[in-house]
Design a protein around this ligand. Structure first.
Ligand SMILES: [Zn+2]
Length: 244
């Protein structure tokens, strides 16, 4: 440890080895007691009570709504190492057609949650699953390739809420660029309005999603927000542009 001496030195004595050790011992005593950090592990016992959230999924592929419940365990509560992690997942529905694979999926997901380590990879794996019968559009113009992908989306939302996934916010310059492109597109539309292709439905759809009618699906953010601007496909949601 270094000290800056600001006053005059009036005397000194040489420290021998034993004194040095004594100083070190005192320093280690002063250190706060080490905390035993609990990590997520499969042998971790389930507490009697867990906190959680339930999300509702309504899909045109399912007659009845799905209710997804994710319960969390709080590790190292009250310390600087406090962490909330998903511990188990349940999915309930009136619909029994898909009962067996839903039970299998939730049991495996819960087992992976309890194994510990990084479990955020599950989100990407699930969101990449597509239904060969075709997906569907959600409110906001977001394309869902399958019901599994939508369950993955719910897990992602939950992990963002508990702070396990950091949301990469669009930076200010990208947001400004999107706003600029959108204004340019809307100005061009006013100058030469294109009649909606299928009457009222198209207009209603665009109102629900907040993107212009006739916008197509963006491959980058899976949102129906791609418009033709100056001869170039441009996404009004994430800023993606085919021309770079
Ligand atoms: Zn996009």
């Amino acid at each position: 440890m270094a000290f800056k001496i600001n006053s005059k030195i009036k005397g000194y004595s040489v420290v021998d080895e034993d004194d040095d050790k004594a100083v070190l011992d005192r320093a280690s005593e002063a250190e706060p007691a080490r905390i035993d950090v609990v990590q997520m592990h499969e042998s971790l016992e389930r507490p009697e009570t867990l906190v959680g959230s339930t999300y509702k999924i309504k899909s045109p592929l399912f007659e009845h709504a799905l209710y997804v419940t994710i319960n969390d365990i709080v590790l190292n509560e009250g310390t600087i190492y406090e962490q909330r992690r998903p511990f188990e997942i349940f999915i309930n529905s009136k619909n029994m057609d898909h009962f067996q694979w839903i039970v299998a999926l939730t049991r495996i997901l819960s087992a992976v949650f309890r194994k510990g380590g990084d479990v955020t990879f599950l989100v990407e794996e699930m969101k990449a699953v597509f239904d060969p019968r075709g997906g569907y559009f959600k409110a906001g113009g977001i394309y869902m390739p399958s019901i599994v992908a939508e369950i993955g989306g719910v897990i992602e939302r939950h992990m963002k809420t508990i702070g396990l996934i950091q949301d990469p916010e669009l930076d200010a310059s990208t947001l400004a660029l999107i706003a600029e492109k959108r204004a340019a597109y809307e100005a061009a539309m006013r100058a030469a309005p294109v009649p909606p292709a299928s009457g009222d439905t198209a207009a209603n759809e665009s109102e629900a999603s907040g993107f212009p009618p006739g916008a197509t699906l963006c491959a980058k953010c899976n949102t129906q927000a791609l418009v033709l601007l100056d001869g170039c496909q441009t996404c009004l949601n994430c800023g993606y542009s085919k021309c770079g």
